[in-house]
Design a protein around this ligand. Structure first.
Ligand code: TXA
Ligand code: MG
Length: 340
């Protein structure tokens, strides 16, 4: 928070929500564009601002399991177990909804997605204003915002934005459908399949990027409306690139942004090497993640946006092994950007 009196100002934002306006706020995953989940006009404004198709439902953000109980028809034992273990955190659960949950929120589906964010700002807003329906705070077809300036790029001054710095994870939450068997991950995120299986003591299905592509318009589509829409791909072509394709000794082909992992001795010539977290700089074209995939996840959407702003023609990403499921969400987002 930039504000010196965050509590007072958050109360003011909560009041704005209660009055039916839309605001953007940080979460631990990405920024959200939120409205009072019980106010149909306010929620309609989210769809209007984003240009979001009306059949793509929203996640409702809560600050307790009790509040989730005001939205879900029933909190099953399995749902409760997951909430107790992973909330607050990057896990959205899809449950049968109570009849009073607005159709505009669920896009007419009989289920509702609910999550409790692990961030003090939305938790405080929810405490004062009740459950908040919020998709990611980007216009439809743009990458999810992980910093306030991304929200500003998409919405200008149309919505108030609560400043919260860079998001901790930078990729959206895991979406787990508990209304079907086997329980199914519709979108991989920081909470992994095996963590969920361990807690539930039963197999959990993971819809792969490939199966989404193959079945997106039919089989799984009614369950996961968001998946049938073309996901964000930068204007630049995104592709995998083996390190030996790097045109050394002058690897900075004009207009290509390289996202690399392994270090070569002469990399210092063309990249900024700073200890700790890498930061964007004006002419930097090779970003070294040194196999730090959580940093790459945090950065990815920022890099995509930067590449578009600078009109790069290509984003070349060094392939990495998918043997560690911690990279599942990152791989999923890259594959979507590639159109794989
Ligand atoms: O990390 C996040 O989840 C962020 C922050 C702001 O919480 N939110 C977010 O929301 O990514 P959004 O709207 O960009 O993505 C929500 C996804 C969409 O793919 C949507 O189709 C799916 O969840 N979804 C929501 N409700 C659903 C439901 N009842 N059944 C199936 N899928 C649902
Ligand atoms: Mg989104």
């Amino acid at each position: 928070m930039i504000d010196t009196q965050p509590d007072i100002s958050l109360s003011r934002y909560a009041e704005v929500l209660r009055k039916g306006s839309v605001i953007a706020f940080p979460t631990e995953t990405v920024y959200g564009l939120g409205a009072d989940a019980w106010n149909a006009d306010a929620v309609a404004r989210i769809f209007e601002l984003k240009g979001r198709p009306p059949d793509n439902p929203l996640i409702v953000h809560v600050n307790s399991i009790d509040m989730a109980g005001t939205l879900a028809a029933e909190i099953s034992e399995d749902a409760r177990r997951l909430m107790e273990r992973f909330w607050p955190g990057p896990l959205a659960l899809i449950l049968p909804k109570r009849p009073e949950v607005l159709d505009i929120v669920t896009a007419g589906l009989p289920t509702v997605a609910i999550r409790m964010p692990d961030h003090p700002i939305p938790l405080r807003l929810i405490e004062e204003a009740g459950p908040i329906a919020a998709p990611s705070a980007n216009t439809s077809g743009r990458p999810s915002p992980t910093r306030t300036e991304h929200v500003r790029q998409d919405f200008g001054s149309e919505v108030p934005i609560i400043e919260g710095g860079s998001c901790q994870y930078g990729l959206e939450s895991t979406v787990l459908d508990l209304s079907i068997r086997p329980y199914t991950i519709l979108r991989p995120g920081h909470i992994t399949q095996s963590e969920l299986e361990q807690e539930l003591r039963q197999p959990v299905r993971l819809i792969s990027t490939h199966s989404v592509k193959l079945t997106g318009m039919s089989g799984d589509a009614p369950r996961s409306p968001g998946m049938k829409y073309t996901h964000y791909a930068p204007d630049a072509r995104v592709r995998w690139m083996q390190p030996d394709e790097l045109p050394w000794p002058d690897p900075t082909t004009h207009g290509t942004l390289y996202l690399m992992h392994r270090i070569r001795p002469d990399d210092t010539l063309h990249t900024e090497r700073r200890p700790g977290k890498s930061r964007q700089s004006e002419n930097r074209q090779i970003i070294q993640y040194r196999e730090n995939y959580s940093e790459m996840g945090r950065d990815l959407y920022d890099r995509f946006r930067m590449a578009d702003l600078k009109r790069f023609s290509e984003i070349a990403i060094e392939p990495f092994s998918d043997s560690d499921e911690a990279v599942e969400a990152l791989l999923n987002r890259i594959r979507k950007a590639i159109g794989d």
